[in-house]
Design a protein around this ligand. Structure first.
Ligand SMILES: *Cc1c(COP(=O)(O)O)cnc(C)c1O
Length: 456
């Protein structure tokens, strides 16, 4: 016990100086306390301990820190081939969006000032104009995320009355976002229509009364119903809503502004065609098929958007200034018809399996020089993020058979610097370069070789 160094001595040693620079002194102190306590525990139980050198203990502390803080906001190499990876931040931002953040984020900006009049301006006016033009909508606004958008739409438009929704659309999106629970939180009374697999226009009509506040349609973003399934189109619902003078709200989730069919995927309803088909208000995420920052976008008829702009809840869920800058720049890529070239989402969707194959072969060659056997095989990538659940993009995979348990190796890769997140299938680690930025390719052989060499 007496051989154990004091915490202060450890913290002053050069072994921990870079850890302190990275994690801050209080966090390293906490990790040092934890490690020393664990060592004391082992000593008391006469567990064998290889050495009590400062160097060895510092390595234990650094190991503990890297495990405790592995998840905290560091760039990760996504080799899963899942483009909108929910655990990895969904859509990466475009270069123009990053440039705009760099130019404006650290300075004052004309967020709420009318520069031509020298007065206080409306915070979101320009962004609203950009969104309206891009969506072909009378007006639009952006809030914190699509869940918040849904809440605002329901509270502002249904006003405590009933919302009609098909039983086939009472869905759960990701972890914990359930449409019926959002409806409940909004104070709107849920009125279920039809059945899980069959809901007709007539089913909606039968349920309309003076208590009805609106009709909601929710896109089945993350699952597919097959077989004996039908539900009315937006056009049919718009006709019913029109007759009852009710707003028709469509929670699209994805909010594509480009036609996914042009990229070899199934057609996903676009924002423009949903509005044209008669939805009064649509809402969707900023970081799904739009390929921008986290945001919830609401677009549609001016009279309804105005109700939301005047609602006190808007202040609670408003978009922050950095996301607003990134969203405006992302939308501008669409207006300039550069979205498919500039946004990482569409760049990755557009990648051909042959291009991926040639990059994969280069990496496999480099691995061979380090005596790591890698094979190349066909596979599929996914769009992910709860979008286009059954759509597979043909890709080329690097297939690695690790010397030890595949889970251990996958963990080693995740704890590398930078972390590498790969796919694990049976006894193999699979690397899909579709979601790896080409400038990260050169890092892969080194990270893999280090994980292969590590003994644990
Ligand atoms: C993803 C999704 C949401 C939630 O959007 P967030 O931006 O993650 O809050 C809501 N509705 C549908 C249909 C979705 O697909």
């Amino acid at each position: 016990m007496r051989q154990l160094p004091a915490i202060e001595t450890l913290l002053e040693s050069t072994f921990l100086s870079s850890a302190i620079a990275r994690y801050s002194r209080p966090l390293v102190t906490e990790a040092a306390r934890h490690t020393l306590a664990a060592l004391r525990h082992d000593i008391r139980r006469n567990q064998p301990i290889p050495t009590l050198s400062m160097d060895f203990i510092a390595q234990m502390i650094i190991q503990h820190l890297s495990e405790e803080w592995a998840g905290f906001a560091q760039p990760v190499i996504n080799a899963t081939g899942i483009i909108l990876h929910t655990n990895l931040g969904r859509a990466p931002l475009s270069d123009p969006a990053l440039k705009a953040l760099n130019a404006i984020g650290g300075r004052y900006l004309s967020l709420e000032s009318n520069l031509s009049e020298g007065t206080r301006g409306v915070r979101t006016l320009e962004l609203r104009r950009l969104l309206s033009v891009a969506c072909h909508a009378e007006d639009a606004l952006a809030v914190n995320n699509n869940a918040a958008a849904m809440l605002l739409v329901l509270i502002a438009l249904a006003g405590g009355k009933e919302a009609l929704i098909s039983r086939g659309e009472l869905v759960q999106i990701g972890n914990g976002f359930r449409i019926p629970e959002i409806l409940e939180q909004s104070g709107v009374i849920l009125r279920e229509v039809g059945t899980t697999n069959q809901t007709s226009a007539r089913d909606y009509e039968k349920c309309i009364s003076e208590r009805t506040g609106l009709i909601v349609k929710v896109h089945q973003s993350n699952f597919v119903q097959k077989g004996f399934v039908s539900s009315p189109s937006i056009e049919e619902l718009a006709a019913i809503a029109g007759k009852g003078q009710l707003p028709l709200v469509y929670d699209m989730g994805n909010g594509a502004l480009l036609d996914t069919a042009h990229f070899g995927l199934e057609h996903e309803p676009t924002v423009m065609e949903s509005l044209r088909a008669g939805a009064d208000v649509v809402c969707f995420s900023g970081d799904k098929l739009l390929g921008g920052p986290q945001a919830g976008i609401i677009a549609g008829k001016r009279e309804f958007i105005r109700l939301m702009l005047n609602h006190p809840l808007l202040r609670v869920i408003r978009l922050d200034k950095l996301s607003a800058i990134a969203l405006a720049t992302t939308i501008k890529s669409y207006l300039d018809k550069n979205a498919a070239l500039e946004l990482p989402l569409w760049q990755m969707i557009r990648l051909k399996k042959e291009e991926i194959r040639s990059r994969a072969s280069t990496i496999a060659q480099q691995l061979k020089t380090q005596n790591i056997a890698a094979t190349i095989q066909d596979g599929v990538s996914l769009v992910g993020g709860g979008t286009l659940p059954e759509q597979e993009l043909p890709t080329t995979l690097i297939c690695l058979s690790p010397p030890r348990a595949v889970d251990k190796i996958a963990r080693r890769l995740r704890l590398s610097s930078p972390p590498l997140v790969a796919r694990v299938e049976k006894d193999a680690v699979l690397i899909d370069l579709r979601t790896v930025f080409p400038d990260q390719d050169a890092l892969l052989p080194g990270i893999i070789a280090a994980a292969w060499a590590q003994k644990d």
